[in-house]
Design a protein around this ligand. Structure first.
Ligand SMILES: [Ca+2]
Ligand SMILES: [Ca+2]
Length: 460
């Protein structure tokens, strides 16, 4: 943990002392690190969210790795760590900037801009994996395409033809081959006309609003390009077209300049009947233009396919469904974290760590039903351990149980602890509140409630 991170953790604790604001806040959706450049992907009933990672205390775009998160309900997000980093590309030097992943033929292709060590220019690499959470490997051992521009977005049309778009200051595309790691033809510019991309005043070199960060998709027969507009600060705008390469018509603002980051980056999906807009801002403590955080809002398209103007909120998107506490849930599945961080676990996946007295994790919309009777957690501690308080509806809410965590002889020396639970009924927000002495107390890998209720029985 860096001093800056410790400072951030402390500030997050302070934020939670103001329950009026904290109780409703689920945006930004990641609190354990700074994240940027969201790229959501819907696959098999989950949203996989690919992001960059702004290092703590950055004063430039200091970004060494990409990260993956996922959710089935848009509010509780599981941390899948970093399955791709600059060092995954032997030819890359630095700059894990804004990419996007897509699924095709059972594989996941992640297009990312990074700086080519040999040329010193931004290039676009492609990584491939068998799972949306990786591990990803460099598919080519060289850039897929390189012209010094960046911010790739990828799209597969109904015809099966795939397109890769990217660019700043220009806007380029190539037609990807079905293997998704090669292309036919040459990189081609999309003409940046004011009719297509709006009018920018005051910069004769850039007459249109298009700046960077394109996000291309098709919905109800209409092609969309959502992009970061103007600079700086940026806002988010969009254009539409009857085909994948145009001609584009400028349609206006998606999100005004807001949120104390001078950049922004769009990601748009439909999920479980709703439409969602991902973006980033500087809303976390210590946040700003180089310490950004990914957030999300739900929206509804107009009857003509128009995107409404969307405002950043601290509340974020409503929950889709509920979370089942009677199956194993990862400790790193989090609606709001205060004071904790995550790390890879020797048992696979990630675990929560850096837990100190008073830290907490909120899990939203937990469906206890008729009532839980016990709680089990997978824990490890190189110190003397501590306690997990199970609080309902708020970090200081009703105490439904307390589990004691012993020292286990190591931060990755895992054991399972259980404790009785009472009063956990219905659908409630669950807070895991950690207490103990000084220093780091213990790590948590996963947890699960159980109920003595006979399944499928009704009545007393
Ligand atoms: Ca802590
Ligand atoms: Ca875990």
């Amino acid at each position: 943990m860096t001093p800056a991170r410790r400072w951030l953790a402390g500030l997050l604790c302070v934020v939670l002392l103001f329950p009026a604001s904290a109780a409703q806040a689920d945006n930004p959706i990641i609190q354990t690190i700074y994240t940027a450049d969201p790229a959501p992907l819907v696959h098999n009933g989950r949203v996989y969210l690919y992001t960059g990672h702004d290092e703590d205390g950055s004063t430039w775009f200091t970004m060494n790795e990409w990260r993956v998160w996922s959710s089935s309900d848009m509010v509780n997000w599981t941390d899948h760590g970093s399955p791709l980093r600059v060092s995954s590309f032997a030819w890359a030097r630095s700059d894990a900037w804004a990419g996007q992943a897509i699924h095709r033929n059972g594989k996941f292709y992640w297009y990312v801009p990074t700086t080519n060590r040999a040329t010193g220019r931004m290039a676009i690499g492609v990584a491939v994996a068998d799972s949306p959470t990786g591990p990803f490997r460099d598919a080519l051992g060289r850039p897929l395409v390189e012209n010094g521009e960046f911010d790739p977005t990828v799209f597969i049309d109904d015809t099966g033809q795939a397109y890769l778009y990217w660019g700043n200051p220009n806007l380029w595309y190539v037609k990807l081959n079905p293997d998704m790691i090669s292309y036919s033809g040459s990189p081609t510019q999309i003409p940046l006309t004011t009719a297509g991309f709006g009018t920018r005043t005051g910069d004769p070199n850039r007459p249109t609003l298009f700046e960077e960060g394109p996000w291309v998709y098709k919905r109800n027969g209409l092609y969309y390009i959502v992009f970061a507009a103007k600079c700086c600060p940026e806002f988010i705008a969009y254009s539409t077209a009857p085909g994948p390469t145009g001609p584009w018509t400028y349609r206006g603002t998606v999100m005004p300049t807001q949120g104390s980051s001078f950049t922004n980056h769009p990601g748009v999906i439909d999920f479980q009947g709703g439409s969602y807009f991902f973006y980033h801002n500087g809303a976390l403590p210590g946040g700003g233009g180089f310490t950004r955080s990914v957030a999300v809002e739900k929206f509804t398209y107009g009857p003509d396919g128009s995107i409404p103007t969307i405002t950043m909120t601290a509340a974020g998107a409503p929950q889709v469904g509920t979370l089942n506490p009677y199956t194993r849930q990862e400790a790193e599945t989090i609606a709001w974290a205060s004071g904790v961080e995550t790390e890879p676990s020797i048992e696979g996946g990630m675990n929560v760590g850096w837990i100190e007295n008073g830290d907490s994790i909120k899990v939203k919309g937990v469906a206890f039903g008729a009532g839980a009777t016990s709680f089990t957690a997978r824990v490890a501690s190189a110190s003397g351990g501590g306690k997990i308080e199970l609080r309902l509806d708020g970090v200081n809410g009703t105490l439904a149980g307390t589990c004691t965590v012993p020292g286990t002889g190591g931060w990755q020396a895992w054991t399972t602890v259980s404790c009785p639970v009472s009063g956990a009924t219905g659908t409630r927000d669950l807070y895991l509140r950690f207490t103990g002495g000084g220093g780091y107390l213990f790590n948590v890998n996963w947890w699960q409630f159980s109920s003595s209720t006979v399944p499928y029985s009704h009545g007393p």
